[in-house]
Design a protein around this ligand. Sequence first.
Ligand code: ZN
Length: 206
Amino acid sequence: MLATAALALSLVVRVYDAAGLAPGDRAAALSVAGAILGETGIAVTWRDGGGCGDAAEQQERSRNDPVFPPEIIIRIVTAPQTPSGSLGFSLVDVVQRAGTLATVYADRVADLARQGDIDVGRLLGRTMAHEVGHLLLGTTRHADSGLMRGTWTTGELRHERPLDWMLRREDILDMRRGLAARARLAKPDRVVAQQGPGTSNLNAEP
Ligand SMILES: [Zn+2]
């Protein structure tokens, strides 16, 4: 926990759902992600961006409710037809150390949740918080432990150790710095793809 004297920060996250999440899963995911990110002292306001596929609807929405930096966008989609892969990825500008767009694969999250015997919404929320972490940290690296580690196993999901799903103190401080710096950022002009937490090694124990 941060000291209560820490400066309050806020972040707007727009969620575009092209995967057609169940309302209960979506609500659970936002609650879980908001709670994890709340540990950083960052208050998240979620905005519903609607689906990704309806161009006319998106145009209307962007007219009425334009996206402003330093907002973050998470799009939730169905993964390409590959047998396995990351749960999501973020586009991170490694020079500016920031990013705006994250993608989360709803079907891969659902598959892993089923294998790990945990609630889909909870795993989805953790994945969303992980990707927001990448965007605020502005790094392609993963941590050795905690939410920002690079591989999540079914064993870890089943054991439900709180430390596995929390941000490390250094990540919290860096995310706060990253968010504070976002307002001063020029528009990123160079991005690289960053893989999210992997789904390999599914049967390994933590
Ligand atoms: Zn990652």
